[in-house]
Write a protein that binds this ligand. Structure first.
Ligand SMILES: [Zn+2]
Ligand SMILES: [Zn+2]
Length: 244
């Protein structure tokens, strides 16, 4: 599928509201800011855990929003990957599609270890103590693939933002690892977000994704409405990846 930068940059696919405890704007304030900034597609997203109970309230509140013509509003919940098999920290019985959420944002907030999530510090310590970098990156790719395969509709949130936190970079991936990741995203119809806040993924991973046929979306990961649709880094990442 052909993708162009202008159309990608007209969307903001990762915008938090007060349903997340670290964000300051309401759903309605986010919609108003998107309209004001000329955003065409807005994905309202909040952080969930297995214990989260507000998803039905969130969906009801989104359904009641006054959305003007010209703006498409989508929904999502953002969940961390819990382990190397790609289990997600989502509440049980989550419903998708009509009356449910549109997509799960798969987040690398912690490192997906063999025995559960490793904090960035714990992952760094394991690497310092001799954990093989190639093996660690296989764990990460395997977890992302498992997570993408476990839900009907997914978006990779700030993918690989975990790497600098553990002293690694996307340059440490082999071409094979990136190909495996990109093909899994294409096969499962997972969207790949190009994230303004974390400026990731980098051009090499984006190129691998585009070559595999993955659909890219832009996101600010906004926690305040004033940031919605404002890009200073995503446009450069797209250009460096050859998406014009
Ligand atoms: Zn996140
Ligand atoms: Zn987020």
């Amino acid at each position: 599928m052909s993708q162009n930068a202008a159309s990608i940059l007209a969307g903001d696919h990762h915008v938090h509201s007060t349903f997340s405890d670290d964000a300051t704007s309401t759903l309605a304030e986010n919609v108003a800011a998107a309209v004001e900034h000329g955003v065409a597609r807005l994905r309202l997203v909040d952080h969930v855990r297995q214990s989260t109970t507000w998803v039905p309230d969130f969906l009801r509140a989104v359904a009641e929003l006054d959305v003007p013509d010209g703006l498409t509003v989508l929904t999502g919940v953002e969940a961390k990957i819990l382990n190397a098999s790609g289990s997600l920290d989502i509440p049980p019985g989550l419903s998708f599609g009509d009356g449910g959420i549109d997509t799960v944002l798969i987040a690398d907030h912690q490192f997906p270890g063999t025995d559960g999530p490793w904090s960035p510090r714990e992952a760094r310590e394991r690497l310092d103590q001799g954990l093989d970098v190639g093996y660690a990156l296989d764990l990460l790719i395997g977890a992302l693939v498992g997570a993408m395969e476990s839900v009907p509709s997914a978006q990779l949130a700030h993918c690989f933002s975990i790497l600098p936190k553990i002293g690694l970079s996307e340059g440490d991936f082999t071409d094979d690892q990136l190909r495996t990741w990109a093909r899994a995203a294409a096969r499962t119809g997972t969207l790949l977000e190009v994230n303004e806040k974390w400026a990731c993924p980098g051009p090499r991973a984006l190129r691998a994704a585009v070559d595999a046929g993955v659909t890219l979306v832009a996101s600010t990961d906004s926690h305040a409405a004033g940031d919605i649709g404002r890009y200073a880094r995503v446009n450069h990442l797209l250009a460096e990846a050859g998406v014009e």
